[in-house]
Write a protein that binds this ligand. Structure first.
Ligand SMILES: Cc1cc2nc3c(=O)[nH]c(=O)nc-3n(C[C@H](O)[C@H](O)[C@H](O)COP(=O)(O)OP(=O)(O)OC[C@H]3O[C@@H](n4cnc5c(N)ncnc54)[C@H](O)[C@@H]3O)c2cc1C
Length: 327
């Protein structure tokens, strides 16, 4: 089996590395900083699109297939690494949109139902993971499986022959491989020309310190959400800001996320905001996930453009890109 160089060690790069290694490939990941510190760390860890009927068939297929794998995957990672990704089926209480014509048609198409709740619709099958822990477990697991990780190394561009890549050029020289897989999230188009350009869509979030079980389910209302973690921390997100790679955070947003939380749970009025951060979702110009062989270079593959759903879609995206590479 051939070797593969993966550019970018977020959830998509590391999950792809795991799958490729299980299929017998020899894999190296290059990351410009530490693996798992960008969008995949910044996200909320909801294992479902927020309003799934707003997405295309591919997103829905990747989501359903990944959702079916997540519980076993997290249990396996816990067993093999000792790090618990805290997969919890906390359910999602949706307060708006669930009764729209699009929502009804989607639920019929995919045989999804909800329980009526005094405040909306409870989708009890929806789970969450604690994404920073998932990334920690995944990294430990792939290293144990033989993946070579090289951090703090920026890939500048591909090194190409006529219709294929020889490898990549970094600030520390060239790396050569049989196959190159680009999983550089929001930065993917800075490395490679893509037909559908990938660009950053910033999101800000906060986390509140609270007590376990104050909030039972993930709550979604008007595009914003509240995610209760096992230990009582409560994440509140998120904004959608098309501002390039500006990672600044601002106090107005912090306040408005906090207000959103205590308007839904007045008790949280006294909670402390422990942290406030931003991340760059990898958005694509076409609005679609890019899971493909490059149109010009036969041994270059792309797995990116997961936008708001990369944590949710990672396992099946990794399976599909692996099939493309090994076939
Ligand atoms: C606020 C927020 C909330 C979110 N909530 C959820 C959620 O609840 N559920 C969900 O499913 N998704 C969520 N998402 C989306 C999800 O986080 C992303 O879709 C996913 O993390 C994308 O993963 P990735 O591996 O493609 O990108 P990233 O995690 O950004 O990884 C890309 C990696 O590439 C590296 N890289 C970039 N350029 C180079 C280079 N030139 N050379 C070498 N390495 C490079 C980076 O350092 C980085 O490690 C959220 C995102 C945000 C910002």
């Amino acid at each position: 089996m051939s070797n593969c160089l993966i550019i970018g060690g977020g959830i998509i790069g590391m999950m792809s590395a795991r799958r490729l290694t299980l299929e017998g490939a020899s894999v190296t990941i290059l990351d410009r900083r530490e693996c798992g510190r960008e969008s995949s760390w910044a996200g909320g860890g909801i294992i479902s699109p927020l309003y799934p009927w707003q997405y295309d068939n591919l997103t829905n297929e990747l989501s359903f297939a990944s959702q079916a794998m997540y519980a076993d995957l997290c249990a396996q990672l816990l067993e093999d690494t000792g790090v618990d990704p805290q997969y919890v089926k906390s359910g999602l209480l949706m307060m708006d949109e669930y009764d729209s014509t699009e929502a009804m048609a989607w639920m019929e198409k995919y045989s999804v139902s909800y329980q009526s709740h005094e405040q909306g619709a409870l989708f009890s099958g929806i789970a969450q993971v604690r994404n920073p822990r998932l990334l920690q477990a995944l990294k430990a697991d792939i290293v144990a499986k033989g993946v070579r990780i090289i951090e703090n190394i920026k890939v500048n561009r591909l090194v190409v022959g006529s219709n294929h890549a020889l490898g990549v050029k970094t600030q520390n020289g060239n790396y050569y491989a049989d196959n190159v897989l680009v999983c550089a999230g929001a930065w993917s188009s800075t490395i490679l020309d893509l037909e559908s350009k990938v660009f950053p869509m910033k999101g800000q979030m906060i986390v509140l310190k609270s007590k376990p079980n104050k909030v039972k389910h993930i709550v979604l209302d008007q595009g914003r959400y509240i995610i209760p973690r096992k230990d009582g921390s409560i994440l509140v997100g998120s904004t959608m800001e098309d501002v390039g790679f500006d990672d600044s955070i601002d106090t107005d947003t912090k306040q408005s996320l906090f207000e959103f939380a205590y308007q839904h749970f007045p008790d949280l009025n006294n909670a402390t905001i422990e942290h406030h951060w931003s991340g760059f979702r990898p958005a694509s110009a076409s609005g679609k996930v890019i899971l493909a062989k490059h149109e010009k270079f036969e041994n270059v593959f792309i797995n990116t453009g997961h936008f708001r759903n990369g944590l949710n879609m990672a396992p099946e995206s990794a399976n599909r890109i692996t099939q493309l590479i090994i076939n």
